[in-house]
Design a protein around this ligand. Structure first.
Ligand SMILES: NC(=O)c1ccc[n+]([C@@H]2O[C@H](COP(=O)([O-])OP(=O)(O)OC[C@H]3O[C@@H](n4cnc5c(N)ncnc54)[C@H](O)[C@@H]3O)[C@@H](O)[C@H]2O)c1
Length: 437
């Protein structure tokens, strides 16, 4: 990539398009609406609350990222969505029961005006949902065109300058990349022939890329991580990134595991189990949908601990992940981790983590950051897979042949150094010419 020159604050409004207007999407929208009225703080958002050190420590320059990088302002955002249920953002947020009425009441009118467009929905990719607010089309190719028309209409109606898309739809069944995903031509042919390897989320991503709209994937499904989508993103000069928002248990894992590795503590096993009762939990109760999530969650430890480099400490780890649908908890998930570590002279020790978290409260700020950073990436003329945003994902997508970086702290360093580079500041490597700085 070429270093951008003189990146300026954007002009005009940024449209944020969300396929899936469920718990995460509505919690995100509500938070932005409240924050811009000064009624709540956007905690957890690096773009809004994070700072970045610049230059040497003696310079004492640590601006907020929002002041340093030319990001779109919260006041300049417009929201659009698609869903197979026609509920407005207000109704959907009420059903999701993540936010209390003290947060929804002040923004009720604005949330009621956000109504989803009809979804592209083939039910075979998400087993437990039955909606009626669905587009009809002769084949998958026609549905790509219908989504492209939606995007153009939305941008025009809301008077936006540009748009980005963050997939907040349900997790789809596990699909492996196959011949239909190998090239643009094969994929376009597959669209015309309704190929079963082409899922709903792939149809959205294809439409977005063709409209020049950056696409971030918040779910673990195969959506842009295959050669045809990479080629399309290159052709249309569009950034993509994914996948699966890093929240809850996996966030904890990528905080703890780098610590064990840094101190050369061994690991014998890591048993993770969750109970959750929201719609996401219901979808994940189906084994085919869970499989997608499981694959996404399991890769994390291996790539942080690198058992092939250090077989004595990490060569024989028993790693299990379970998700159990348990309606009484709603969105307030409980994630238990039983971690068996090994110390000096092979003595075993145990760590127990019981994280009483709130899934959508953890995911909402990631939607905001991804939208703003993907817009920045596009304006900086970045295209293809945005690995510098791996910080946000459980299964970071990488260019072919590279392994993903899962360590949260390396991811954070990479993200901040990319911002420094974009803005023409020195990278921070902790090594100076004259002294360590
Ligand atoms: N909350 C978290 O911490 C977290 C973390 C990682 C990933 N995710 C993923 O984010 C996604 C959203 O989570 P959520 O809790 O908001 O789920 P949710 O079930 O509340 O919302 C998903 C919405 O997507 C809609 N949908 C499904 N298929 C669609 C399609 N083809 N077109 C348009 N809409 C469609 C559903 O009707 C639903 O309203 C899920 O895939 C979830 O696995 C969430």
């Amino acid at each position: 990539m070429e270093q951008p020159k003189d990146l300026q604050k954007p002009k005009g409004k940024l449209g944020i398009l969300l396929p899936g207007l469920g718990a995460v999407a509505t919690t995100f929208i509500a938070g932005v609406l409240l924050a811009r009225r000064g009624l709540a703080k956007p905690i957890g958002s690096t773009t809004q609350m994070g700072t970045i050190r610049l230059g040497r420590r003696t310079e004492n320059r640590t601006p907020r990222i929002s002041e340093f990088a030319p990001l779109a302002a919260l006041n300049d955002l417009e929201f659009g969505a698609w869903d197979l249920f026609p509920d407005s953002a207000y109704e959907s947020a009420t059903n999701a029961a993540v936010l209390e009425s003290k947060h929804l009441d002040p923004i009720r009118e604005e949330m009621e005006q956000i109504k989803p467009m009809k979804a592209v929905f083939y039910p075979e990719y998400v087993k437990r949902l039955n909606g009626t607010h669905i587009k009809e089309g002769k084949n998958k190719a026609e549905l790509v065109e219908a989504l492209q028309a939606d995007i153009r209409n939305f941008i025009k109606e809301k008077n936006c300058d540009r748009a980005v898309c963050v997939w907040c739809g349900s997790t789809e069944i596990y699909i492996e990349a196959s011949d239909v995903h190998a090239s643009i031509e094969a994929f376009e042919k597959g669209l015309l022939e309704d190929h079963p390897g082409i899922s709903n989320s792939q149809i959205y991503a294809w439409a977005c890329i063709k409209e020049g709209v950056p696409f971030a994937n918040g779910a673990p499904n195969l959506t842009t991580d295959f050669p045809a989508a990479a080629a399309l993103a290159k052709k249309y000069n569009v950034p993509t990134c994914g996948k699966d928002f890093k929240t809850g248990q996996t966030l904890m894992k990528t905080i703890l595991a780098p610590g064990f590795k840094a101190r050369n503590l061994g690991l014998a096993g890591w048993f993770s189990t969750n109970i959750l009762g929201n719609r996401d939990g219901e979808v994940l109760d189906d084994p085919d949908n869970f499989k997608t999530k499981e694959v996404s969650k399991l890769g994390v430890l291996d790539s942080i601990l690198q058992p092939e480099v250090n077989p004595e400490l990490y060569g024989n780890i028993y790693h299990k992940v379970r998700i159990n649908y348990y309606p009484p908890r709603g969105d307030a998930k409980e994630g238990w981790d039983a971690i068996d570590i090994v110390g000096w002279l092979d003595y075993p020790m145990q760590i127990k983590v019981d994280f009483l978290c709130r899934d959508s409260i953890l995911a909402a700020p990631l939607v905001l950051d991804l939208a703003l950073f993907m817009d920045l990436a596009k304006r900086a003329n970045f295209h293809g897979i945005q690995e510098w945003l791996s910080f946000y994902f459980k299964s970071p997508v990488t260019p072919e042949g590279l392994y993903p970086e899962h360590d949260l702290f390396i991811q954070s360093m990479k993200m901040k150094n990319t911002l420094r580079w974009m803005m023409g500041e020195d990278l921070i490597t902790h090594l100076g010419n004259e002294y360590y700085d």
